[in-house]
Design a protein around this ligand. Structure first.
Ligand SMILES: Cc1cc2nc3c(=O)[nH]c(=O)nc-3n(C[C@H](O)[C@H](O)[C@H](O)COP(=O)(O)O)c2cc1C
Length: 312
């Protein structure tokens, strides 16, 4: 999730769930081509299994970016066909590409040709007035004919003009049935559903119809949700306790700070760890008020645990 997640966030989330598949925020193929690919694509080996999400519509640029990402060891390359922002549309990629499935299929072929790991697509159920089963089926049909076997579908349309990206994640209504119909029409494809899933019961409901569920905001705001999902749907590993997760982060935090990273760049992802628990506010406040200071040290995390216990 752009502006929210990064490699530190994924390292932390991996401690909560050893099996869940993690994804990077969208990285544009152009940025990889023109910019510092090493820093844009950097990740820790602990993050596996991890997919990188690429944005773009030029098959050659997308293939080059996919090759670089695959060489770095990503387990999956995902194409963004869901982002509605103006910035993205002017570059002609993201959700607006739903109207040009051939362009996405050309990118897919060029990318899959140059890497062994699966190339997958994240899309919406429609855009603007193109809000029908037929439109979504035509999109998926074109990609499936190109060889794509794995789709993640955000179960709401994107409105390309007049709504902000944030509104585009809340205003268009969710329509899970359309994603379920897609799976019924294409039982051989891996179809995962995304959008508005906030409980393990909702995951269970979705898994009765499709092959997987992608969780965005809930996992960020309440990362413990991932530990719950691990136990219930993945390895069955019983969730460790939250303080053990803090302690398990410490060696990583020390290593990152020694390499010049600022503490709050890591702890900002951990603010929700105790969401709903007694003392959670004290935990958040202790970190928010202190972790940005230049002299902040890793043990601030343990202090924040103490502050939480006192407040609880
Ligand atoms: C801050 C933010 C940034 C996002 N960035 C991306 C992105 O880079 N790529 C993407 O495919 N979706 C992105 N999304 C959308 C989410 O992946 C997801 O599709 C959407 O939030 C609906 O799922 P949820 O209800 O589980 O959050 C972003 C969402 C948020 C809140």
């Amino acid at each position: 999730m752009m502006d929210w997640t990064d490699r530190h966030c994924r390292y932390f989330m991996r401690l909560l769930s050893p099996s869940v598949r993690l994804y990077t925020e969208m990285v544009t193929a152009a940025a990889i081509h023109h910019g510092d690919a090493d820093s844009l694509l950097r990740f820790d080996s602990a993050e596996h299994p991890v997919g990188v999400q690429l944005g773009g519509s030029d098959p050659q640029l997308m293939a080059d970016a996919a090759r670089v990402a695959a060489d770095k060891g990503y387990d999956e390359i995902n194409i963004n066909v869901g982002c509605p922002s103006d910035r993205v549309q002017s570059g002609r990629f993201g959700a607006c590409l739903m109207a040009q499935p051939e362009v996405v299929a050309d990118c897919f072929r060029a990318m899959q040709d140059v890497c062994e790991v699966p190339v997958t697509v994240k899309t919406r159920i429609g855009i603007d007035d193109s809000d029908s089963d037929e439109f979504l089926m035509r999109f998926v049909d074109t990609l499936a004919n190109a060889g794509c076997r794995h789709f993640v579908v955000h179960a709401r349309i994107a409105i390309l003009e007049g709504l902000s990206p944030k509104e585009n994640r809340t205003v268009p209504p969710l329509d899970y049935q359309r994603v379920y119909s897609l799976k019924r029409a294409w039982p051989e494809l891996r179809i995962e559903i995304n959008g508005g899933i906030t409980t393990d019961e909702a995951v269970e409901d979705a898994l009765a119809h499709v092959d997987g569920a992608m969780i965005g905001r809930q996992a960020y705001h309440d990362p413990w949700f991932l530990a719950v999902l691990e136990e219930r749907f993945l390895s069955g590993r019983a969730a460790p306790d939250r303080v053990a997760i803090v302690e398990a982060m410490l060696p990583y935090v020390r290593e990152q700070l020694a390499a010049g990273e600022r503490l709050n760049r890591i702890t900002r992802h951990m603010l929700g760890l105790f969401a709903g628990q007694p003392g959670a506010r004290a935990w958040r406040r202790h970190l928010s008020e202190r972790a940005h200071r230049p002299d902040a040290v890793p043990d601030l995390l343990l202090e924040a645990v103490d502050a939480m216990r006192v407040a609880a």
